[in-house]
Design a protein around this ligand. Structure first.
Ligand code: PAF
Length: 282
């Protein structure tokens, strides 16, 4: 398996392959790999001649320095895990300097309002940081296809918008959420939960599933209230938001319309660790 730390070395390796029109699949990650990441890798390996995975904890997308400091960094283990999947994967694991060249700041992006909802409201600047790193990585890797998990559904829609508005020739592929046996959405942040919290966090998906049933015969407002009440019964959890939004515009639902697709989105703290999840509602 080839591991590059410098974008110049990666570009020098990839450029003859790009000239030969080899198809390149790209899986950008922040490491601490889990089965969700591996499913993206496997999809890329099955659809492309070359697969590149990046491992980079991007500082500009963190609005909370403690969250950035505590984000798990497990490069050696990640490399071992990837090796077990395939030794043909090309890894790009840069330092901050290689990406930001002394200016660790975000570019500003207009995603037609997608950035003003949910995660955008609660994590100011987050999607400018995501847009900055994803655009930069796309310029370095020049993939044909890039794979993103639906756990970060708003991020997926934002990256699709980034590509559309900047005419970047990359097909952005969304991949289903992977869940632990308990139903908890797989996330690198789960590693920071105590065993008890990880077990208790199964309730998040249980409540999302019940919300889906309730939404089938009730308004969005009533469903949101129900979810908020449920979490009040569980003081270990601090609900940041539960919103029901249109899948495409990410705008909150006022009145249900038959031809629209809706999703419930949640952000919640347990043991001071912020988890997000979402569920398709129709
Ligand atoms: O989803 C992530 O892990 C990150 O937001 C991404 C897309 C790798 C950008 O840093």
């Amino acid at each position: 398996m080839l591991i590059f730390n410098k974008k110049s070395d990666l570009s020098a390796f990839l450029s003859p392959l790009i000239q030969q029109n080899k198809s390149i699949g790209f899986v950008p990650t922040m490491g601490a790999l889990h089965k969700g990441h591996l499913s993206l890798l496997e999809k890329s390996l099955s659809e492309n001649e070359i697969t590149v995975m990046s491992i980079f904890v991007n500082p500009t997308q963190f609005n909370n320095s403690e969250d950035l400091d505590k984000y798990p960094r497990t490069l050696e283990r990640d490399i071992q895990i990837m090796q077990e999947v395939s030794n043909t994967i090309i890894v790009y694991a840069p330092e901050v300097e290689d990406i930001y060249e002394g200016k660790t700041v975000s570019q500003s992006f207009d995603y037609d309002g997608l950035e003003n909802q949910m995660e955008g409201k609660h994590r100011p600047g987050h999607f400018d940081g995501v847009g900055t790193i994803v655009k930069r990585l796309f310029e370095i890797v020049q993939p044909n296809k890039a794979y993103f998990g639906e756990k970060d559904f708003q991020q997926l829609q934002i990256v699709k918008k980034l590509v559309e508005k900047n005419n970047i020739p990359v097909a952005v592929i969304g991949c289903p959420i992977h869940r632990e046996d308990s139903g908890l959405a797989m996330s690198s942040r789960n590693e920071r939960l105590s065993e008890t919290a990880r077990k208790n966090a199964a309730i998040i998906y249980q409540i999302l599933n019940s919300a889906k049933e309730i939404f089938a015969t009730n308004s969005a407002e009533a469903t949101v209230k129900w979810v908020e009440n449920e979490f009040q019964k569980h003081p270990d959890f601090q609900l940041e938001y539960f919103e029901i939004a249109d899948e495409t515009t990410l705008l909150p639902v006022n009145t249900k319309e038959a031809d629209k697709k809706y999703r419930g989105f949640i952000a919640i703290f347990i043991e001071n660790i912020r988890l997000i999840d979402n569920i398709s509602l129709n």
